[in-house]
Write a protein that binds this ligand. Structure first.
Ligand code: AMP
Length: 301
């Protein structure tokens, strides 16, 4: 695996790859890699000639400085994991490679920098106004800021994102579409550990005891999916909240049953609507998110 820290050197190498007409699969990450990330690399390997990962802990998407400081950084281990997974190239830039001083200053002043749109109008509609968008002001602007920069550097044929961050996936799809970037955004399923907990870099900050408790999150989601044809939406929500309350250390931020396209909460779904259940909660100091896609609604016969 070739590792680039410099954007200029990386771009000149990429030019050679492109000259050879090789297709590029791109997997952006913030490091502290786990099996969820690896699944994206593996998927990319099946579909592309050259697989590129990036590791960049993006300061503009954190709305809490202590969360940024405490974000796990395990670069050496990450490189070993990527080599084992067969990744061809790693781009791991310093902050100064990706952001100008002015951009960092805007972030420090909590001003949303929209220059990533390069003068185009990008409208996320209602997608960014719910769930993570509501709870983490500026988060998605930071995400599209870095992902658009990375896309402009790498210009991949396909980019791979996990359904673990479902709202992020939808927003990136919309961004690529509205900026007319010719990149296929590939959605990859959530990878879970043995007890069902969705893999996350933040899980590294959980104690063993907390990890066991966190299994209740996916248990609740699976239970809601099992009950989806027997109960109304409000009953399902009540059952889930009750179940999550049993994890006495959980501080639930939101639990939503939403339309999978618009991500707007649904109260009485129609027969054509596909639904997704999304949850965010705090366990001790760590904020966790998870989701599950419900089966298509059964049509009455
Ligand atoms: P992150 O490093 O957390 O920014 O994640 C990088 C990519 O990996 C994103 O597209 C995530 O959605 C994806 N990802 C993170 N955790 C998982 C998981 N458990 N299963 C599948 N994809 C994941």
């Amino acid at each position: 695996m070739i590792i680039f820290k410099s954007k200029i050197k990386f771009k000149s190498h990429l030019q050679e790859v492109k000259n050879q007409q090789q297709s590029i699969g791109f997997v952006p990450t913030m490091g502290a890699l786990h099996k969820g990330h690896i699944s994206l690399i593996e998927k990319a390997k099946t579909e592309c000639d050259v697989v590129i990962a990036s590791i960049f802990v993006n300061p503009t998407q954190f709305n809490n400085l202590s969360d940024l400081d405490k974000y796990p950084r395990t670069f050496e281990q990450d490189c070993e994991i990527l080599i084992k997974a067969g990744c061809d190239i790693l781009f791991a830039p310093e902050i100064s490679e990706m952001y100008s001083k002015e951009e960092i200053e805007l972030k420090q002043q909590n001003i949303e920098d929209k220059s990533w749109a390069k003068g185009k109008t990008v409208d996320f509609g209602s997608l960014a106004n719910v769930m993570e968008g509501l709870r983490r002001p500026g988060h998605f602007n930071g995400v599209v800021q870095i992902v658009s920069k990375l896309f402009r550097v790498v210009e991949p044929n396909r980019a791979y994102f996990g359904q673990k961050d479902f709202q992020q996936l939808m927003i990136i799809k919309k961004m690529a579409q509205q900026l007319e970037m010719p990149i296929e955004i590939v959605a990859c399923p959530i990878v879970r550990d043995q007890n069902g907990l969705a893999m996350s870099s933040r899980n590294k900050r959980l104690s063993l005891d907390e990890k066991e408790k966190a299994a209740l999150i996916s248990k609740t989601l699976f239970n809601i999916k099992a009950l989806q044809n027997e109960k109304s939406i409000s009953e399902l929500k009540a059952i889930a909240i009750q179940q999550l309350k049993a994890g006495d250390q959980f501080e639930v931020e939101y639990f939503e049953i939403s339309d999978i396209e618009t991500l707007q909460p649904v109260t009485s779904p129609n027969s054509t609507q596909q639904l997704i259940v999304c949850v965010a909660l705090r366990l001790g100091e760590v904020r966790l998110i998870d989701n599950i896609i419900l089966s298509p609604i059964k049509q009455a016969v």
